[in-house]
Ligand binder design. Structure first.
Ligand SMILES: Cc1cc2nc3c(=O)[nH]c(=O)nc-3n(C[C@H](O)[C@H](O)[C@H](O)COP(=O)(O)OP(=O)(O)OC[C@H]3O[C@@H](n4cnc5c(N)ncnc54)[C@H](O)[C@@H]3O)c2cc1C
Length: 395
């Protein structure tokens, strides 16, 4: 892999930049820049702007409204969007169930769901984890029993992010408990307005509704809403993780955060000197920048390899681990620089009280609390370490 972009890649990046300059609403970018929460209506507006340009689902196959971009182009697009402070689209539809429907769906499912996801008409959430099944997901117990041309679903899903905004949930359910755990699981698409579903909020330690618990009490789901074959849900879920696992490095997000760090350290002073010019902070910024460069190079190396048709093994576990840890390290540096502004008020909780301190301090606490989950969600760091030890290092 060459470290410089090719002329075609540079031209592509410039085209993306120009589009973002023209079409990204400034009010939205300003909210994202400050770290304020973007609500569903705002995200719908941005999704539809991207969809009108054909860029809402860059990674989908062209036949289903994707772009046909290479992985490196997708990476460049992602980085430019983050640097311009565009909000990330809802991953559940675009990155998870959408690609799964493309691969495993029937024509009817594709026609019904894919255009609706691209245009943000349908919102999804992910029903995998259960009170007794997280890292050991295959031990899930929510049951789906066939009754005529329907399944009757009973059980509960936990840590379901975004269920309060979602129209549908894609869920792993047990359809056979006489076989080994992975072989008795099916993948269902469930309309959240179906009778028998209750959604209860779960609050994080900072008082925010970060998740939900979703209860299913004799919920009737048409068999036509199963994705893939009965008892093949584990394969669908694994493939779904596989499709997106190369994009887990959070390089774009880390670059956005690092630019924030530089802005803050340039503005805050100690003894009349910008923090950026002090040896302590300069050394820490340099160390984090080097970590980010290494992450980006490793990520681009793997993406280029995949673009060339190479086989990628468990290496993305390294990207997930390093990318999520780097976000948290950048958060820590911001706290070190402006913790005294950040801690007294987390505006996300206190709502209508005026923030104190500079505007860049306003949402630092809530963002950082949210980022704590990055080393757990999508497979905890310990689990990533296990995978790397076994499959990359051969231990
Ligand atoms: C912000 C956030 C959002 C989430 N959103 C969703 C969502 O939308 N939908 C959904 O289905 N789930 C979601 N989850 C749940 C997430 O997938 C689980 O939290 C995760 O899989 C871990 O499962 P657990 O919480 O049950 O922890 P456990 O699996 O019980 O793990 C507890 C601890 O033990 C460690 N551990 C477990 N197994 C091993 C092992 N074999 N070796 C070494 N250590 C081990 C873990 O690393 C962890 O530290 C979300 C989680 C977070 C934090």
């Amino acid at each position: 892999m060459k470290l410089a972009l090719t002329p075609a890649q540079s031209a592509f990046r410039d085209e993306v930049r120009a589009f973002l300059r023209d079409r990204l609403p400034t009010t939205l970018a300003s909210k994202v820049r400050r770290g304020a929460a973007v609500n569903k209506d705002e995200l719908i507006v941005w999704t539809r702007i991207l969809n009108a340009r054909g860029w809402a689902a860059p990674h989908w196959s062209v036949a289903h409204g994707g772009t046909g971009w290479s992985l490196v182009e997708r990476h460049l697009f992602d980085v430019e969007c983050r640097l311009a402070h565009a909000p990330a689209l809802s991953g559940f539809g675009f990155n998870m169930v959408g690609p799964a429907i493309i691969r495993y769906g029937t024509d009817a499912q594709r026609a019904r769901f894919l255009p609706a996801i691209r245009n943000a008409d349908l919102w999804w959430c992910q029903g995998y984890s259960e009170p007794q099944a997280g890292s050991d997901l295959a031990s899930l117990r929510t049951r789906a029993v066939r009754d005529g041309d329907e399944y009757v679903v009973t059980g509960s899903k936990i840590w379901t992010s975004g269920a309060e905004d979602a129209d549908w949930i894609f869920a792993l359910v047990r359809t056979d408990d006489t076989v080994t755990p992975q072989r008795g699981i099916s993948f269902l698409l469930i309309d959240l307005t179906t009778p028998g579903i209750a959604i209860e909020p779960l609050y994080a330690f900072n008082g925010k509704r970060l998740w939900n618990q979703v209860y299913f009490d004799d919920v009737r789901v048409p068999i036509e809403n199963r994705l893939g074959e009965e008892n093949a849900g584990w394969t669908v879920a694994k493939r779904l993780l596989g499709d997106e696992r190369l994009m887990v490095s959070r390089v774009a997000e880390n670059r956005r955060l690092l630019s924030r760090v530089v802005e803050i350290l340039g503005s805050e002073t100690a003894d009349g000197q910008p923090l950026a010019d002090t040896a302590t902070f300069a050394r820490k910024v340099a160390a984090l920048t080097i970590r980010l460069e290494a992450l980006q190079m490793t990520s681009l190396r793997l993406l280029s390899e995949a673009d060339r048709g190479g086989v990628i093994g468990a290496e993305p576990s390294m990207l997930k681990l390093k990318g999520s840890e780097l976000v948290q390290a950048l958060d820590e540096l911001i706290f070190e620089a402006i913790g005294y502004w950040v801690m007294p008020k987390d505006r996300g909780i206190t709502g209508n009280e005026l923030p104190i301190g500079p505007d860049y301090a306003e949402y630092v606490a809530s963002a950082s609390y949210h980022h704590r989950g990055y080393t757990i969600a999508g497979g905890s760091s310990e689990v990533q370490h296990n995978i790397i030890a076994k499959e990359v290092l051969g231990l």
